[in-house]
Design a protein around this ligand. Structure first.
Ligand code: NAP
Length: 368
C-alpha cells in the first residue's frame, strides 16, 4: 500500500517533533515542513526527511536546502502543497491562515491548533464542506471523543466529558501572585510547548478545549462538561442519553492521538502497544473559583459571536506578558476578563474575526 504523505506545520515544536516520530514509525513521506525560529532543528529534519517544500520564519543560511527543495514564502504555501494530511501545530491564531490554506485544498487536516477551532469553528466547517476536506482532532481529549463517537449518533449524546489533569497547581496551597514562569511551565503529565503549558496551569487550556469541543462536534455548550482526572489516563468520555458512557483510555503520549488523526479509520501498531494499565482512576469537580479561566471560556461561548476570538486573543497577550515577567500569574485570567468586559458584540464572519482579534490584542496591551 502507498505510504501517506504528510505536511507538518510547526515541525520543530512539541507536536511537530512527535509527528515526525510517528512518521519514523510508519515510514510516512514528509511532503512539507514549516517552522519558526529554530532553523537548526528544521535543517536537521530536512536532512533526514527530504521534504519537497519548506518554510522557515527565520532566515536560512544560503544553499542550506538540498537541490530541488522549494523554499516557501509562508507556512500557508506549505499547507496548500499537495499531500494526504496536514498536521496543524503552529500555536495561537498565527496557526489560522495555514489551517485555512490546508482546508482549501481538500486534504485531511489533523488539527492540533485548538485556537483556530475556538475562534473560527463554524467558518472552518463551512470551508471544509465547500472543499470536501476532513478535520480530525489531534488534541488528546477531542481525539478521545472522536473515537468514542465512531458508530454513534450525535443526537444520542447527552454530554461530552473532557478530562483535565489540573496542571501543576491543582490542589496545591500556593499563592497565584508568586508563581514563576518556570513553575507554571512544569506540567506534571505532558511535555508541551510554552503557550499550552501556561494555559494548562491556568485551566484556560480546558476552557479553550470546551469551546473547541462545542465547535468540533457541533453540540450545545451546556453539553460540554469538565472533570479533574489527575492521572490523565482517561483522555475524555461521552455520556449517551441512556446513561451509558464511552471513554477512551491510554498512555499519556500525544503520538497516539497524532497517529490516529493521520491513519483514521485504520489503527496501526506502535511501540506503545503494551504499556501497563494505570492503577487508580479518580474524578472530581473543577474548582472554578480558584481557576476562573474555565468559567470565562463558558461565558465567551454563551455570549457567542466574536467573544471566543476576544477571549483567545486576550489570553495570548496575557500568556506572553506573564512569560516576559510583565504581569503576575493571577493577572492572566484577570486581563482576559477585563478585555472581554468591553468587547464589541459582533456576529462571527471572517472580517469581524480579524477585527475582533486585533481589537482584543490592542485592548489587552493597553490594560497591562
Ligand atoms: N504539545 C502538546 O502536547 C499539545 C497537545 C494538544 C494540543 N496542542 C496544540 O498544538 C499546537 C502546538 O503546540 P506545541 O506544544 O507543539 O507548540 P510548540 O512546542 O511551541 O511548537 C510550536 C511550533 O510552531 C512553530 N511556529 C511558531 N510560530 C510560527 C510561525 N509564525 N510560522 C511557522 N512556524 C511557527 C514553532 O517553530 P520554532 O520552534 O522553530 O520557533 C514550533 O515548530 C497548539 O495550538 C497547542 O494548543 C499541543
Amino acid at each position: 500500500m502507498k505510504k501517506k504523505s504528510i505536511i507538518v506545520l510547526g515541525s520543530t515544536g512539541s507536536i511537530g517533533t512527535q509527528t515526525l516520530d510517528v512518521a519514523r514509525w510508519q515510514g510516512y513521506h514528509i511532503a512539507g515542513l514549516a517552522a519558526g525560529k529554530n532553523s537548526e532543528l528544521l535543517l536537521q529534519q530536512v536532512e533526514e526527511f527530504r521534504p519537497d517544500i519548506v518554510f522557515s520564519a527565520a532566515p536560512l543560511p544560503p544553499a542550506s536546502l538540498p537541490e530541488g527543495t522549494i523554499l516557501a514564502a509562508s507556512a500557508s504555501e506549505v499547507a496548500a502543497y499537495p499531500a494526504d494530511v496536514a498536521i496543524a501545530a503552529i500555536p495561537g491564531l498565527a496557526g489560522l491562515e495555514p489551517v485555512r490554506a490546508s482546508l482549501s485544498t481538500g486534504k485531511r487536516l489533523a488539527l492540533a491548533n485548538k485556537e483556530s477551532m475556538v475562534a473560527a469553528g463554524e467558518l472552518l466547517w463551512e470551508m471544509a464542506s465547500e472543499y470536501g476536506s476532513e478535520i480530525i482532532p489531534v488534541d488528546s481529549e477531542h481525539s478521545a471523543i472522536f473515537q468514542a463517537l465512531v458508530g454513534e449518533k450525535i443526537s444520542e449524546v447527552a454530554e461530552l466529558v473532557l478530562t483535565a489533569s489540573g496542571g501543576p497547581f491543582y490542589g496545591k496551597d500556593i499563592s497565584f501572585d508568586d508563581v514563576s514562569p518556570e513553575q507554571a511551565l512544569a506540567h506534571p503529565r505532558w511535555n508541551m510547548g510554552p503557550k499550552v503549558s501556561i494555559d494548562s496551569a491556568t485551566l484556560m487550556n480546558k476552557g479553550l478545549e470546551v469551546l473547541e469541543a462545542r465547535a468540533l462536534f457541533k453540540v450545545p455548550l451546556d453539553k460540554v462538561k469538565v472533570v479533574i482526572h489527575r492521572q490523565s489516563y482517561v483522555h475524555s468520555m461521552v455520556r449517551f442519553i441512556d446513561g451509558q458512557l464511552k471513554a477512551q483510555l491510554g498512555p499519556t503520549d500525544m503520538r497516539l492521538a497524532i497517529q490516529y488523526a493521520i491513519s483514521y479509520p485504520a489503527r496501526l501498531p506502535t511501540p506503545l502497544a503494551n504499556e501497563p494499565l494505570a492503577p487508580t482512576l479518580t474524578f472530581e469537580q473543577p474548582d472554578s473559583k480558584r481557576f476562573p479561566a474555565l468559567e470565562l471560556a463558558y461565558e465567551a461561548g454563551r455570549r457567542g459571536g466574536v467573544l471566543p476570538v476576544v477571549l483567545n486573543a486576550a489570553n495570548e497577550v496575557a500568556v506572553n506578558a506573564f512569560l516576559q515577567g510583565r504581569i503576575r500569574f493571577s493577572g492572566i485570567p484577570a486581563l482576559v476578563a477585563d478585555t472581554m468586559k468591553s468587547s464589541p458584540s459582533l456576529e462571527l464572519t471572517w472580517d469581524n474575526l480579524f477585527a475582533a482579534d486585533e481589537w482584543a490584542r490592542q485592548k489587552a496591551e493597553e490594560l497591562i
